[in-house]
Write a new protein. Structure first.
Length: 419
């Protein structure tokens, strides 16, 4: 097992609401998610990062001593390091040095399950690696297991830049095909006028737990970060009987590495295309406002920050101070306090989702020819049928239907609007 020494860095000149405790807390969670043993966690304040070491030389020497004393096998930083900084620190501490992006990539590599997910992670890993290669060979060759070695593997680390670029191009091409398939699925959903709701939120907020509670999806839930990497879609019946599609997505994080957002863009296209976002927020977290901000930063990067949104204030079972909850309710968009784990207030959440689609249903009285029996099935699936009569002149239906579907139907000459 990796014996990790954690170094949390706060840059004094950088304006950020994240305290050194937040930074250290998050780093610990990430490292524990990797299954490493934390031998110690130290903090480091620096005015401005230096180009060759990031931290001061004195601090680097101190880390080297600690590494020896605690028999650490890796030093893990809370910040990102350039290739040069990483190598220079490695020279001083004489153990492998891992930065934040590499740590997150490692977790993604461990959790990726689908072929697409694996490809996305590999693409991000190779993009991370490319500027870190010096000249021809690869300096970054690592021995043994542990953090920083999952993914492309030793052998691939040994190939030269050209081959990596070629591999990147191939992965991009393959991923494009997946993306096209996804596009077809989305188009079909749109043609059938099925509204889509996408669960978004900080990692570990309870998105998959909520999906399971609403749809018995059986999505894996775990108290670790980035459990879900593949988006999973399920059908969900609203109180009105209308069926919508609900999707689980990869969790966000403060300063999510850009390579990862880039690589996961295809998966996240569902977010861009959603009719409504359910932002699952862990309301029991002390840093709920910062996490909210981090989520909006990613949404903005995706171009989805102005979507209609319902905020599911999750884990209310853990909140003792009810005045805090009242304040949270005032500060977030369409807030619904819930407990996904204990199924609390989910009805209210569904009603709020429905309110957001209200107006998207239209009441109609139609007369359709018997030859279009296929539509009856569609009506039951997509709408709410109030009355249906099989007459000699055709099938008379009174129903509520999604607006988009109505518009399409009324284009057909066979279908007559009665009212
Ligand atoms: N107490 C409490 N715990 C919850 C609630 N909802 C989820 N959890 C727990 O929070 C942890 C994370 O839940 P997940 O559903 O895996 O979270 P996620 O947002 O899907 O996380 P990632 O897929 O890793 O981004 C699990 O241990 C859940 O049991 C809740 O309402 N109350
Ligand atoms: Mg999940």
């Amino acid at each position: 097992m990796e014996r990790a020494l954690l170094v949390s860095v706060k840059i004094k000149s950088e304006k950020s609401n994240w305290s050194i405790e937040d930074i250290a807390g998050e780093l610990e969670e990430l490292v524990l998610t990797c299954g490493a043993h934390i031998v110690d966690s130290i903090t480091c304040f620096c005015e401005k990062p230096t180009a060759n070491l990031f931290i001061g030389k004195g601090k680097a020497d101190e880390i080297a001593l600690l590494v020896q004393e605690l028999k650490a096998s890796a030093v893990i930083f809370s910040c990102d390091l350039t290739g040069t900084q990483q190598r220079n620190i490695e020279d001083i501490v004489a153990k492998k040095t891992i930065d934040r992006t590499q740590l997150i990539l490692d977790i993604f590599a461990r959790h990726a399950k689908s072929p697409e997910g694996k490809m996305q992670v590999e693409l991000a890993q190779l993009q991370y690696l490319l500027p870190r290669l010096i000249g021809k060979g690869v300096i970054l060759s690592r021995t043994g297991g542990g953090i920083g070695t999952s993914g492309p593997g030793e052998q691939r680390l040994e190939v030269d830049r050209r081959r990596i670029r070629k591999k990147i191009d191939k992965l991009r091409g393959d991923l494009k095909r997946y993306s096209q398939h996804r596009l077809t699925v989305r188009k079909k959903r749109k043609e059938n006028a099925v509204p889509t709701v996408v669960l978004v939120g900080y990692t570990n907020a309870g998105k998959s737990t909520l999906l399971n509670a609403l749809t018995q999806a059986g999505q894996i839930v775990s108290d670790s970060l980035f459990t879900t990497l593949d988006s999973l879609s399920k059908s969900l019946a609203l109180p009105s009987g209308e069926h919508i599609v609900i999707l689980d997505t990869v969790g966000f994080l403060n300063d999510l590495p850009h390579h990862l957002i880039e690589a996961f863009k295809a998966t996240l296209e569902d977010v861009i295309d959603a009719d409504l976002l359910i932002h699952v927020l862990d309301a029991s977290q002390a840093r709920v406002y910062e996490r909210n901000k981090a989520v909006f930063t990613v949404l903005k990067e995706l171009g989805a920050d102005d979507k209609k949104m319902v905020t599911a204030l999750n884990k209310v079972d853990l909140i003792e101070d009810k005045t805090r909850l009242e304040r949270l309710k005032q500060d977030f968009i369409n807030p619904i306090p819930i407990s996904a784990k204990f199924g609390e207030n989910l009805k209210e959440l569904l009603a709020q989702i429905e309110r957001n689609f209200a107006g998207s249903m239209v009441y109609l009285e139609l007369l359709i020819p018997h030859s279009r029996m296929d539509l009856v099935d569609l009506f039951y699936r997509q709408g709410k049928v109030e009355d249906i009569q099989y007459l000699q002149k055709g099938i008379s239906v009174k129903l509520n239907l999604p607006k988009t579907l109505t518009e399409k139907l009324l284009h057909s000459k066979e279908i007559k609007k009665v009212n």
